[in-house]
Ligand binder design. Structure first.
Ligand code: SAM
Ligand code: SF4
Length: 326
């Protein structure tokens, strides 16, 4: 699908649940978010039907996200079924890793292509402060388990917010000691993220250069997303930056998002899109679904205006990141 601004849209992020077993300070309040009823969440059969329609429109890559996707029962089965849909060439998962150890084998068997593991610190106390849960050791076990499946690309995502310099360097060193890429994601002013300043790319890059030397910018594109990478001497993996605030990358945006309740969001920042659950449940044909999706895409905004819109309010997204899926 090519949108109005000549961007090729081939990537769909699907949030499979709004529930989560962590409470990251920048993403979910301690008391959680008001949970929606199970029957308001798309059933796996509904997700599969929509993916078939999306595949017909040129979507080739799927990311399963949440909330925490691994808290939804039989998630590996869903991943496996999606992987079999003609036209879908890649299925990946974003997880906090708490339940990864138990599910890694089934995920690999289902043919998952990649896992993004969110890990903001390796320091137990700091981890508990950020996520409000003492789960670091389980996440670490999940990380080690995932390394046993080299066919599954493993990337670490870290959102720098208040971590110490040493703690950020420890996370970065994972890509020295293990064959993984580590990406630093700038805090976006969405949901609770708006309450945090976070650290900009320039600050993280300076900390890394002071510790590891200059580093070589990587010219080729890795993965589906907007990350750009640096190779440091002696590192097995690369260090990436996803800097939606410092470097707006909307002109290359290749993605749309499906919320757990079946709403197709065409831009992370806005609530513009179409309610696909409503269409599905009132008996829309595949053709009608495809037409509605294509129409929504035509209206995909040109780009975010994080700080401009923050003042105006307008039709900007009011949901938490856990409800959108990142
Ligand atoms: N629970 C899973 C996880 O943590 O990976 C999947 C959902 S989570 C919303 C997806 C990603 O969004 C995580 O890497 C998280 O750190 C990131 N995230 C959440 N809020 C954010 C914000 N305001 N700015 C940037 N990234 C954010
Ligand atoms: Fe849960 Fe992921 Fe949000 Fe943390 S970032 S609260 S793990 S959904």
């Amino acid at each position: 699908m090519i949108d109005e601004y000549q961007r090729q849209i081939d990537y769909l992020r699907i949030s499979v649940t709004d529930r989560c077993n962590l409470r990251c300070q920048y993403c979910m309040p301690e008391e959680g978010v008001p949970l929606v009823n199970h029957d308001e969440i798309l059933r796996y059969q509904e997700i599969l039907r929509l993916v078939q329609v999306f595949a017909g429109l040129g979507i080739q890559k799927i990311k399963l996200t949440g909330g925490e996707p691994l808290v939804r029962r039989q998630l590996p089965d869903l991943a496996g079924e999606i992987r079999k849909i003609p036209g879908i060439h890649q299925v990946t998962l974003t997880t906090n890793g708490v339940l990864l150890k138990e599910q890694m084998r089934d995920l690999a068997k289902a043919g998952i292509d990649g896992i993004n593991l969110s890990l903001d610190t390796l320091d137990g106390e700091e981890y508990q402060r950020i996520t409000r849960r003492a789960e670091l050791s389980r996440v670490w076990e999940g990380f080690l388990e995932a390394l046993k499946y080299p066919q599954v690309t493993l990337k670490i995502n870290c959102v720098p917010m208040s971590q110490s310099r040493e703690s950020l360097l420890q996370v970065a060193r994972l890509s020295k000691d293990y064959p993984v890429h580590v990406r630093f994601i700038e805090m976006m002013p969405i949901g609770l993220g708006a309450d945090w300043e976070g650290y900009r790319e320039s600050k993280i890059y300076r900390i890394l250069r002071e510790a590891f030397g200059e580093g070589e910018p990587v010219k080729e594109t890795l993965g589906n997303g907007p990350a750009h990478y640096v190779q440091f001497d002696g590192f097995q993996g690369k260090i990436g930056f996803i800097s939606a605030v410092s470097h707006k990358f909307c002109d290359q945006c290749n993605r749309v998002r499906l919320t757990a309740q079946g709403y197709l969001k065409t831009c992370l920042q806005y609530d513009r899109g179409v309610d696909l659950r409503e269409l599905l449940r009132r008996g829309a044909t595949d053709r009608e679904l495809a037409e509605q999706i294509a129409q929504a895409l035509l209206e995909k905004p040109e780009g975010h205006a994080f700080y401009e819109k923050k003042e105006k309010g307008e039709d900007t997204e009011k949901k938490m990141m856990s409800q959108i899926g990142g």
